[in-house]
Each structure stands twice: as C-alpha cells, then as structure tokens.
Design a protein around this ligand. Structure first.
Ligand SMILES: [Ca+2]
Ligand SMILES: [Ca+2]
Length: 203
C-alpha cells in the first residue's frame, strides 16, 4: 500500500499539463434546439439539462442575440425557473466554470433581473443590474471525484422578464492535484487501504 501511495504521489504531478478546451457539459450553448431566426419557445426539456417546473425559454434573436451560436436561454419564463446538469469529475483535478449573461433590452429593472448559480459548495449571483451587454463570469474549482451538479435559477421579481444565459462551459484546467486535491486523493487511498485490510481479515 505504501509503495502504491508513493508511486501515485510521484506519478501524479507529471500526469498532466494538458489543459483542454473541451466542454464537459452537454448543450452548454443551448444550440441543440432548432429555432427559426426571430423565434422563441418555452420548453419543459432540452438536451443535457434538467429543467425546472416553469420550463426554460430558448430564444434565437428575440430580446437580444446569442453570444455564441444562435440560441440563448432565459429562466424567468412564465415565472422564475431553473436548470441544472451533472458531470463527472476526478478528485483533485482543477476545472473551470464559465458562463455569460445579459439582460433583455426590454428588461423591467434591477429588482426583476438576476441569476443565481450553484456548483458544489460554490454559489453566486449575477445580472442584478440593467446592463444589456453580455458579461462573462469565470471561476475555478476542484473536482470531488464524484459527479458534481451545476445549477442556475432566475432570481428577482418573478414577472416573465429575466436575465439571459449563454455559453455555459466546464473545462479541465489541470490534472495536477491541488493541495486540497491531495487531501481528497489520500482520503480515497486511505479508504481503499482500509477496505483491502478488511477484505484480507475476512478471508
Ligand atoms: Ca448559444
Ligand atoms: Ca424577473
């Protein structure tokens, strides 16, 4: 076990410098839905995402235009709604979350606008302003080794006018474990060792 642990600790720092641009999310830019230019639809399901009970409004060149591709979404549909998606992570690896948001040209003011987001223990709010230009929020986080869930919800007054969202991406930044990552990994290896010992005892 000790030898295995030492090998893992030596090998891992050299395991990866290969950051990748690949999006780990499905349909992060909301392009899976085919919509005519100048049309929109409030949908109860879209590729990749779990959709809240008030649906998700997908738009193509209506009350704004996409930052990426043709489509973007709004989560204040007939009222405040939400979307979420889970993805696999490797313990200790560093990932980047990035998404863009903007308010509609015909928005109903600061108290009506805004999106909250959550990813594991991280969370925040964006868009509680009247800006109609796309802005991008980016943060990094450490994989837990289990599937993690990213979710967005409309906040502000539930009045069918909300903040738009596009270009949601999670990408792998680094496979070099962070100090927190080492702790997770060691905890994992510790569990494996314990199980191995138990198995040996029970044989
Ligand atoms: Ca898009
Ligand atoms: Ca609203």
């Amino acid at each position: 076990m000790k030898r295995l642990l030492a090998a893992a600790l030596v090998a891992l720092p050299f395991a990866g410098f290969a950051a990748t641009d690949d999006n780990l999310l499905t349909n992060g830019s909301f392009e899976s839905t085919l919509l005519r230019n100048g049309s929109w639809s409030n949908l109860s399901s879209i590729d990749g995402w779990t959709v809240g009970n008030k649906g998700v409004e997908v738009r193509n060149n209506v009350s704004g235009s996409a930052l990426d591709g043709h489509n973007f979404v709004e989560l204040d549909t007939t009222g405040n709604s939400s979307i979420s998606q889970s993805f696999a992570t490797v313990a200790g690896y560093t990932y980047e979350l990035s998404f863009s948001y903007a308010n509609r040209g015909d928005n109903k003011g600061v108290s009506s606008n805004g999106l909250s987001w959550q990813l594991g223990s991280l969370s925040g709010t964006v868009g509680q302003n009247t800006s109609t230009s796309w802005a991008t929020y980016t943060t990094s986080f450490i994989g837990t080794g289990s599937p993690m869930t990213l979710s967005f919800a409309a906040i502000g007054r539930s009045d069918s006018y909300g903040t738009s969202l596009d270009n949601v991406s999670i990408s792998l930044l680094s496979t070099v474990p962070e100090p927190q990552g080492y702790a997770l990994m060691l905890a994992g290896l510790g569990t494996v060792g314990l199980l191995a010992r138990r198995r040996r005892r029970s044989v």
